[in-house]
Design a protein around this ligand. Structure first.
Ligand SMILES: Cc1cc2nc3c(=O)[nH]c(=O)nc-3n(C[C@H](O)[C@H](O)[C@H](O)COP(=O)(O)O)c2cc1C
Length: 166
């Protein structure tokens, strides 16, 4: 499918219980993290899916070394407990795929994704940048960045493959 074909379904998931961001470490150990923030569009003339990850997340450290990731969107109303678990527990403490009994499949080289999801975006990292506090609107700074946690890193992933599973 085209990367933008199921844009609405992706947004509905992000606005609801979330989607899974799947990143592996150098040894191929995979971590799952729930995301509610992401963008899909065109950057550098290519289809790009951008995820926003706080530096405090285990996933953030994995993304610094990784070259690829996937974003997996469950079917409407499914895997809610698993999304809640992966959105509150850290991969530092759990093998979340195993704890949630989710099966991982091999995608493009270096990409794993969750079996049984409705939408899967396999991505290659083309860039990373951090939201600089001084250039962010005061309303956003106040709401999201007034605590101790550093601002999100944006990680730009070229969409290598976007698939819809029935
Ligand atoms: C619905 C939902 C959406 C979330 N969205 C994000 C997000 O977009 N970016 C982020 O950094 N954390 C987000 N989180 C928080 C992380 O999923 C959470 O801190 C997780 O435990 C981090 O896992 P890790 O330490 O294994 O990377 C979200 C949590 C939930 C429940």
């Amino acid at each position: 499918m085209r990367y933008d074909e199921h844009f609405k379904e992706l947004c509905e998931a992000l606005e609801g219980a979330g989607a899974f961001l799947v990143v592996a470490d150098k040894k191929g150990r995979v971590n799952l993290m729930t995301i509610g923030w992401a963008q899909i569009g065109v950057v550098w003339g290519q289809p790009v899916l951008t995820v926003l990850v706080r530096p405090s997340r285990h996933t953030h450290a994995l993304l610094e070394d990784a070259s690829r990731f996937s974003v997996c969107v469950p079917r409407r109303g499914e895997l809610k407990k698993e999304l809640a678990f992966c959105g509150t527990k850290s991969g530092r403490d759990y093998d979340k795929a195993r704890a949630c009994a989710l099966t991982l499949k091999e995608g493009e080289p270096g990409v794993k994704y969750i079996d049984g999801c409705a939408l899967v975006y396999q991505c290659e990292i083309l860039g990373r940048t951090t939201l600089a506090g001084g250039k962010t609107a005061p309303s956003v700074l106040e709401r999201y960045y007034s605590g101790d946690d550093a601002p999100h890193t944006l990680c730009f992933g070229k969409v290598l493959k976007a698939e819809k599973f029935l």
